[in-house]
Write a protein that binds this ligand. Structure first.
Ligand code: FE
Ligand code: FE
Ligand code: ZN
Length: 277
């Protein structure tokens, strides 16, 4: 069975997201832990979470893939932005424990002129300050397109962060198909080769989730513009090969394509239809 879902709005709470996911035949979903561009997080409603947890068990969901806000930059040049990022991360990890045992995905950050080395150090420092031995959440570093000064533009940069993090068993990677494509990894012509490289540099056992997106731009463009499945440069055949790959097919796949819920439901159906049971 293909484990797939999409980004849902968290405005109406966890139970509402769970029900929306089931309605589109998803068995996982992603949500922003707070406004993706802003800061303040809504308090978690314990009644909503309890109702969701019961629903979650009953409907056989796989792990959820929460997404940190885009404004969180652990390696910003300005100290106040770094501190703000660290506060968001710490608070998000605390709040994630309301729904134990899921994934929390974040963009490693942009070094904004400080250099990759410095950026990697600051990101690892932030993680080491925010992550706790008792947390049940696994933190995922997202593979990035390499737009501007983004860190995580290649597997080596992610590995370098991971090497510096103490709680390694609570850390993994989320592979975004649009981002790696834009980063220059040819998942259309050479998926096996890209995964072999991932395995050599990071270890495929560290790969915990996939963002399944088409890309508006060509291989190596470093642009990060998502397209609907089959409407971009990667294409439906290559993306369904990703969901079917023996090294990936058990993972949760999250759509982050330009869609409303109806469009997402169609893409979920499309990828399910191309999945070999
Ligand atoms: Fe992302
Ligand atoms: Fe993504
Ligand atoms: Zn993206």
């Amino acid at each position: 069975m293909l484990h797939i879902g999409c980004h849902l709005s968290s405005a109406k709470g966890f139970l509402a997201m769970g029900k929306e996911a089931v309605a589109m035949s998803a068995d996982t979903f992603a949500f922003f832990t707070r406004n993706p561009r802003g800061g303040k997080a809504k308090d978690i409603d314990p009644a909503d979470v309890n109702a969701f947890l019961a629903f979650h068990r009953e409907c056989h969901f796989v792990k959820l893939v929460a997404h940190a806000p885009y404004t969180m930059n652990l390696c910003a040049a300005k100290e106040n932005i770094r501190t703000f990022g660290l506060e968001m991360l710490t608070d998000d990890l605390r709040r994630m424990e309301a729904v134990p045992g899921n994934y929390y995905n974040f963009h490693p950050g942009s070094h904004v002129g400080q250099g990759v080395e410095k950026g990697i150090e600051l990101i690892a420092d932030g993680l080491n300050q925010a992550m706790l031995p008792r947390q049940t959440t696994t933190v995922l570093l997202e593979t990035m397109a390499g737009k501007g000064s983004e860190i995580g533009r290649n597997f080596e940069e992610l590995r370098a962060i991971m090497d510096r993090v103490t709680l390694k068993d609570k850390l993994g990677v989320c592979l975004d198909t649009c981002h790696v494509w834009d980063g220059g990894y040819d998942i259309a012509a050479n998926l096996d080769g890209v995964l072999a490289e991932f395995d050599r540099i990071i270890g495929v056992d560290r790969l915990k989730a996939v963002h399944i997106n088409d890309s508006l731009n060509s291989l190596g463009s470093h642009k990060d513009r998502h397209a609907r499945i089959g409407e971009g440069c990667i294409g439906l055949a290559a993306l369904s090969a990703v969901t079917n790959h023996p090294k990936l097919r058990h993972l949760p796949f999250i759509l982050e394509t330009p869609n409303d819920n109806e469009g997402y439901a169609e893409e979920i159906a499309l990828l399910r239809q191309h999945f070999q049971e």
